[in-house]
Design a protein around this ligand. Sequence first.
Ligand code: ADP
Ligand code: MG
Length: 251
Amino acid sequence: MITIRGVRKAYGSVEVLHGIDLDVARGENVCIIGPSGSGKSTLLRTLNHLEDISAGTIRVDGHLIGYEERAGRLHELRESAACQQRLQVGMVFQHFNLFPHMTALENVAFAPIKVKKEKPAQARAYATELLGRVGLAGKESSYPSKLSGGQQQRVAIARAMAMRPDVMLFDEPTSALDPELVGEVLAVMQDLARTGGITMVVVTHEIGFAREVADRVVFMDQGVIVEMGPPGQVLDDPQHDRTRSFLSAVL
Ligand code: ADP
Ligand code: MG
């Protein structure tokens, strides 16, 4: 579903991704762990074309990110056109940024109606179903300010799912939450991973979640993938000193 080859990213003269190769299979759940500043968010954002890359290629479901094919030739996409490509990739951020003046239901149904031109009744029905799936049945009419952080983040997950993405990206979705609210959000993500058939890439510091839910764990440090493999391997029997010292610091 995702093929990343030789991806480099520089901000000005400073390169922060030094040649990333990674494949994610359809339906797979990959958790990315690593110290702050190692390039996890940058890598995730390139998958969504929120960042241009300096070198390499990224394909999502066969489509070259940042390009589109017209008349048999590849054309580099400008920002506006790139938005179209993002439709198939949903993203959930650390700060959920719901629209404060819209109810939970309106937040979820908004983009399908405005961007995908779904019929409002159909979009609202699907939004209701998704809110139920993230454990928020009965909260359809609540405004974000009346919801806890964990509930808001679950609305944000439903909002991303409403676009029926092939791939869901999560960038530290529980890092901004009070500790007692982390579990309910992880439970929703675990449910998606188990039953959704959806491809997920999750940047997280929740090692327990990675251990239980990830098909593969990727450890990044200083702009490179240091090692990756099944959770039992990377988390319990890491091959590199950098992985060992990171894990001993967070566990
Ligand atoms: P992580 O998510 O692993 O903490 P990031 O991907 O956010 O790491 O950052 C990787 C590196 O890129 C860091 O050194 C960070 O300072 C730098 N960086 C991130 N975003 C920008 C930006 N917009 N401009 C310049 N440097 C950036
Ligand atoms: Mg980050």
